[in-house]
Design a protein around this ligand. Structure first.
Ligand code: ZN
Ligand code: CA
Ligand code: ZN
Length: 492
């Protein structure tokens, strides 16, 4: 809004005859009588803009006047960068660019030391030190992870979230002076800045928290700005090409294929070609199979994992990770409870579009079994293997139409299936249902309420999800050890 009001005013001024005289002589030139406050503000803006982004040094002492590049030559540099007419005067097109919100990193090389700097490693850690209040933290986390993923897909780089204050890329939302001699400027103007790869502040990314950060196009889209800033954090410079993500001015873009061929060429020049990553929960942590946002103009709504009413349909370990299913949505937790990926199930396992009642994983076969109603799928990696089968093929009587939960105990090679107040035991070696089942849950798992909506096994303990709670159960002692909120597993 401010831009258009400002421009309208400039256009109006241009209509006045006295503006036929050179419009801009910032220092030492004659100031026309017509110059009003508005124009003065434009001069101040231009002066600051060129100082900040084009290494313009105002000649405060007349002695140094000759040795320093003049205002108008710096203005021409700027016009050249933005492919404007190199008039050397502050014309409306130039002003419009200067008033467009942008990245705080300078456009000219001389300002930037360590040209061509890169990380001397392919595994890079990041940490969010200070959040904005504009968006839920989980949304910020997801947008940041997705923005890094843009670069991960185009390079051999992998990004791991850390919770230390010494991660390679420290992300924070700050205002005005924030300790790095590049203060932010309130709403609009500079939106964010980032530092070249390196020790300490190197690689860090700061967002101006006086902007309205959004996950859509209502304010400044955090995903777009973050993806741009991470480009700097990896060593990239600004591009003159408006189609490139590394173009300095803020621009609404389609979030599909965010990188231009120039961006891709430049990241590859620094780090080499991208690597095809097979799906493996431990290795491909930051790389869900399908692009997170492919097909979406803006990131889709994220589920509130910390909703106190949240329960899960099914939960299973899968390698080092734990998968939590709810409706058609999936959270994947890797080791650390705050290290969580999320999205529609089909983003991670194409072809699975229904809700999952029960799930378990057999490590010996590297296979997961996902149950929906009276049928189940076998999944290896992210691929569904074969057809969906009927649960009767596992040996269930025909009156069992659905399973509440399932858990595989790899020590005994047994899988337990729970439905209502009963459970079955399946021998995975012999692939048969054991004879003396079903048995009553209350007899063999004293104190565990039914129905059990989800269950998984880890480190000798069974974890039973009942509604919004999770019961930690010691199998040997046949005893409940702990009761917690179900979503405590998601860091809530
Ligand atoms: Zn930038
Ligand atoms: Ca700002
Ligand atoms: Zn900063």
């Amino acid at each position: 809004m401010g831009i258009w009001l400002g421009l309208a005013c400039v256009f109006a001024l241009f209509a006045l005859p006295c503006f036929a005289a050179p419009l801009l002589q910032l220092k030492g030139g004659s100031v026309t009588a017509c110059e009003d406050e508005k124009t003065n503000n434009d001069l101040i803006l231009a002066d600051k803009y060129l100082q900040r982004f084009y290494a313009f040094q105002p000649d405060l002492t007349s002695r140094s006047k000759r040795s320093l590049p003049s205002f108008s030559s710096k203005l021409k540099d700027m016009q050249n960068f933005f492919r404007l007419n190199q008039t050397g005067t502050l014309d409306p097109d130039t002003l419009a660019v200067m008033k467009t919100p942008r990245c705080g990193v300078p456009d000219v090389e001389e300002y930037v030391h360590n040209r061509g700097n890169r990380w001397q490693k392919n595994v890079i850690t990041y940490s969010v030190g200070k959040y904005t209040n504009d968006l839920p933290q989980a949304t910020v986390d997801s947008l940041i992870a997705s923005a890094l993923d843009v670069w991960a897909k185009a390079s051999p780089l992998r990004f791991f979230r850390s919770y230390s204050q010494h991660a390679d890329i420290m992300v924070k939302f700050v205002t005005k002076n924030h300790g790095d001699s590049f203060p932010f400027d309130g709403p609009r103007g500079t939106l964010a800045h980032a530092f070249d790869p390196g020790e300490g502040i190197g690689g860090d990314v700061h967002f101006d928290d006086e902007e309205n950060w959004t996950a859509d196009s209502n304010g400044f889209n955090l995903y777009l700005v973050a993806a741009h800033e991470f480009g700097h954090a990896l060593g990239l410079r600004h591009s003159q090409n408006p189609e490139s993500l590394m173009y300095p001015s803020y621009k609404i873009r389609k979030t599909v294929n965010l990188l231009s061929s120039e961006d891709i060429r430049k990241i590859k020049a620094l780090y080499g070609p991208s690597i095809q990553r097979p799906f493996h929960p431990r290795l491909s942590w930051n790389y869900p199979f399908n692009s997170w946002y492919s097909g979406f103009y803006f990131p889709m709504g994220l589920k509130d994992k910390c909703n106190p009413d949240l329960s899960f349909d099914s939960v299973t370990t899968l390698g080092e990770a734990i998968f939590f299913f709810k409706g058609r949505y999936l959270w994947i937790r890797h080791n650390n409870k705050n290290d969580i990926k999320e999205g529609p199930i089909s983003n991670f396992m194409p072809n699975i579009t229904s809700k999952i009642d029960a799930a378990y994983w057999v490590p010996q076969r590297s296979a997961a079994y996902l149950f929906s109603g009276s049928s189940y799928w076998t999944v290896k990696g992210s691929q569904v293997k074969g057809r969906r089968k009927n649960i009767s093929s596992l040996g269930f009587p025909t009156w069992v139409k659905q399973i509440d939960s399932a858990v595989h105990i790899h020590k005994t090679v047994h899988t337990l299936f729970f439905t209502q107040h009963l459970y079955w035991r399946f021998n995975e070696n012999q692939k048969t249902m054991e004879d003396s089942y079903p048995r009553k849950i209350s007899e063999d798992f004293p104190g565990i309420p039914t129905p059990i909506s989800a269950a998984f096994y880890k480190n000798g303990f069974l974890h039973f999800f009942i509604g919004v709670e999770v019961y930690k159960y010691n199998i040997k002692l046949r005893k409940i050890i702990d009761i917690n909120k179900a979503n405590s597993w998601l860091g809530c």
